[in-house]
Design a protein around this ligand. Sequence first.
Ligand SMILES: *Cc1c(COP(=O)(O)O)cnc(C)c1O
Length: 236
Amino acid sequence: MNLQERMQAVEERIAAAAERSGRQREDISVIAVTKYVSLAAAEEALLLGLEHLGENRWQHAEQKWRALSGDEERQGKKPVWHFIGSLQTNKVKEVVGRFRYIHSLDRLSLAEAIHKQASRLGIVVPCFIQVNVSGESSKHGMNPEDVHEFIQCLGDYPAVKPIGLMTMAPFESEPEQTREVFRSLRRLRDEIAVRHGEGCGIRHLSMGMSNDFEIAIEEGATWIRLGTILMGKEEE
Ligand SMILES: *Cc1c(COP(=O)(O)O)cnc(C)c1O
């Protein structure tokens, strides 16, 4: 399958999952994760209308970012970049200002670093708080029970704007087994709205990858992050 055919196949599955769960297709946005593919493939995705591109490391993203976003003279549409990988504090300077969204806010020291850099640039960075719902030690993210206090502390860093929660489910050969993880993240979001008020703005759910995006949609995902199934995987 070429990219256009993969897009079509994925689109049908997204629409069906939305329909099954009584949701509107427009309430679900796709991030094309380009970390396994070349600049040419990322550029093709953009040309075919995939506007949101995701990368998990600045070192891997840099060449694509510079080619697609660095050159002011470049004709055509520019991507909206999402930083989806765990973010080291010393990489914040590279990421803030280049990526519109950060999906991996998981500690106060990172919020402080993002706030400082964003303030210097005069911008506000929409962020997802990454939560380790499954409790797997290999997964990044905060414990669910620490999120409420964390949100309160974020008040000290107004250039960091929390807009949602993000999680990664463990890989399961039977994707149905991830449902409880996604459901817990949705419940946590709903609890936040009650405790902190709808006004706190945390309403998005960034969850679902190639293996489990349909379950994530059924459980309320508003952003799904698709690498392999959409972009394919190129040999190194
Ligand atoms: C790589 C990656 C994805 C996409 O993975 P696929 O399984 O290839 O769809 C999504 N989210 C994060 C955080 C990633 O690092």
